[in-house]
Design a protein around this ligand. Structure first.
Ligand code: NFE
Ligand code: MG
Length: 567
């Protein structure tokens, strides 16, 4: 499609994400992105389903918002109800909750980098040309004992890849933009990363076990109740904690010898783009902070930064969160406080040619705002804010990575930078897990076996409201619940991907995906690899972002899937 000198490009769906995201961009004659629209293309309905429920049940339903970060919705929902009633779970319950959430962080980050995003940077076909002896040398540049990177291992991997290609069975690697000009790695560097792509499949599988040890199962855990956790026997069985720690030690080894070195390699190879700020957004960052150790140290600091002004950090206060829907397919435009807003769908369709009505409503994702401003949330926000607030946990880790790579703080505000932040964060989370394990052991040693704060539901107030706010893998997650007559009368989830995938607001201010796409140069507009890089660097989860369903099963839209654009 073209409009004067501008040409429209539609990517729908964006693959290697969770859920259904459509991106429309306008490029100029130089193939530079001038305007962008991010559209959630999925209609679900969990906030509506929660109305009228017993507040003690909502966690089990709210976790169905997503199939990836199920635990964090479960947890935020339970925390919202606890906040409404003033119930404080005992320290052991918080620790068990943290062990589950943080192992999920680590698993999510590893899956995101290797399986959902690395192939935007790694050309698998080029790896077939690699000299295996040189590949071993490359791996040793970034770690003295790199993860499974011997000549023998590389040789058998290369043979395996060659047999896939020869048999025409690229399978999950089919449809890549292999050979695209924007791929920068040498064949050997590609082989080093592909190797860890396969190793990460095992690591993420075993991490599911770690999550399930205290969560009962994953996805969709069963171990939380209002007031505490039910995994009492698991907590008191030393073998369970031992199994959990064994997996986390194995994972820490992978992070130190594969994930961090691979990220250093990537930062070096794509240094020019990073230094130019490719994929940089408006510079508004927000973190709610959280995960307090017994020592009083908190894993994540809270803070709000505007327009990359690193000299001034405001404290985060959830009272400033609103959502609006002037460009989203809902009746109420807002902006409204999440306690009071409604979720009534108002679909205004696409244009006759199947394109978004970019002047009107164009997404199922709402537009959350903090003091009326869009905010980028996630690992980059947390690492930047933690560094600036002199976090004793975050600052040394970020500094070490900056020293190794020559990165500056501003560089985290870019496509590559978001990935670097995520890798550093995976390392930090994995290490902090052991501190939480020590806290738990210390409590149990002194016979503190409390896992639930007792309450009588009948004596609790009939009307109440509360919120559960946590840092989760993709950013700040906030659930808001309002209770009347002891039943949920309004429920709203404002989710990390809702922040990042936000459409424009009434003033026309872009959301973070949209803003980060402006100015991106495409080497080949028929293969918009650079767009995928930017969007993937946020780790989109549209299931989370929309969490609305049409329970009557009505058709809400029809569109063709353009698999040629799929990765
Ligand atoms: Ni569906 Fe999620 C995380 C939440 S994303 S994955 O992390 O909450 O917005
Ligand atoms: Mg919502």
């Amino acid at each position: 499609m073209s409009n004067g000198r501008l040409k429209k490009i539609v990517i729908d769906p964006i693959t290697r994400i969770e859920g259904h995201l459509r991106i429309e961009i306008e490029i100029d004659e130089e193939n530079v992105v001038r305007e962008a629209w991010a559209s959630g293309q999925l209609f679900r309905g969990i906030e509506v389903i929660l109305k009228g429920r017993d507040p003690r049940d909502v966690g089990l339903i709210a976790q169905r918002i997503c199939g990836v970060c199920t635990n964090v919705h479960y947890r935020a929902s339970i925390a919202a109800v606890e906040d409404a009633y003033g119930i404080v779970p005992p320290p052991n319950a918080e620790i068990i909750r943290n062990l589950v959430t943080l192992s999920l962080f680590v698993q999510d980050h590893i899956i995101h980098f290797y399986h959902l995003h690395s192939l935007d940077y790694v050309d698998i076909v080029s790896a077939l040309e690699a000299d295996v002896a040189k590949a071993e040398e490359v791996a040793k540049r970034y770690h003295s004992y790199p993860y499974r990177s011997s000549v023998g291992h590389f040789s058998s991997l290369k043979e395996k890849l060659a047999s896939f290609v020869k048999a025409g069975r690229l399978g999950l690697f089919a449809n890549g933009y292999w050979g695209h000009d924007a791929y920068r790695l040498t064949p050997e560097e590609n082989l080093v990363l592909i190797n860890h792509y396969f190793e990460a499949l095992r690591v993420q599988r075993v991490l599911s076990k770690a999550v399930a040890i205290f969560a009962g199962k994953t996805p969709h855990p069963q171990n939380l109740v209002v007031g505490g956790v039910t995994s009492v026997a698991d907590m008191l069985n030393p073998q369970r904690l031992n199994d959990y720690m064994f997996i986390m030690k194995d994972t820490r080894d992978f992070i130190e010898r594969a994930y961090i070195p691979d990220m250093q390699l990537l930062v070096e190879a794509y240094n020019q783009e990073m230094k130019e700020g490719v994929g940089r957004g408006s510079g508004n960052f927000m973190a709610a902070g959280g995960y307090r150790l017994a020592s009083g140290t908190v894993l994540f600091e809270n803070g709000v930064i505007y327009r990359h002004d690193f000299e001034h950090i405001e404290s985060f206060d959830d009272d400033h969160i609103t959502e609006e829907a002037s460009r989203s397919w809902y009746e109420e435009n807002g902006p409204t406080s999440p306690y009071d807003e409604s979720t009534v769908p108002f679909y205004t369709d696409l244009n006759d040619d199947g394109s978004l009505k970019t002047e009107g409503k164009y997404s199922w994702v709402k537009a959350p705002r903090y003091k009326n401003e869009p905010m980028e949330v996630g690992p980059a926000a947390r690492m930047i804010i933690g560094y600036l607030k002199d976090s004793t946990i975050i600052k040394p880790a970020v500094e070490a990575f900056m020293e190794e790579t020559g990165m500056e703080l501003i560089d985290f505000s870019s496509t590559i930078g978001r990935n670097a932040a995520r890798a550093v964060e995976a390392k930090i989370c994995c290490e902090t897990i052991f501190d939480f394990c020590s806290d738990l052991i210390e409590n149990i040693k002194y016979y503190d076996e409390e896992t639930w704060t007792k309450y009588e539901f009948e004596t609790l107030p009939k009307s109440a409201q509360g919120r559960g706010i946590h840092e989760v893998p993709r950013g700040v997650l906030a659930h808001f619940v309002k209770i009347e007559e002891s039943r949920v009368c309004n429920y709203q989830a404002v989710v990390p991907t809702t922040w990042n995938a936000s459409p424009k607001d009434a003033k026309g201010i872009r959301g973070p995906y949209e803003e980060s796409l402006i100015g991106i140069h495409l080497a080949d507009p028929t293969k918009p690899l650079e767009v995928l890089r930017v969007v993937h660097s946020f780790d989109p989860c549209l299931a989370c972002a929309v969490h609305i369903v049409d329970t009557k099963g009505r058709k809400v839209s029809e569109y063709r899937v353009a698999t040629a654009c799929s990765l």
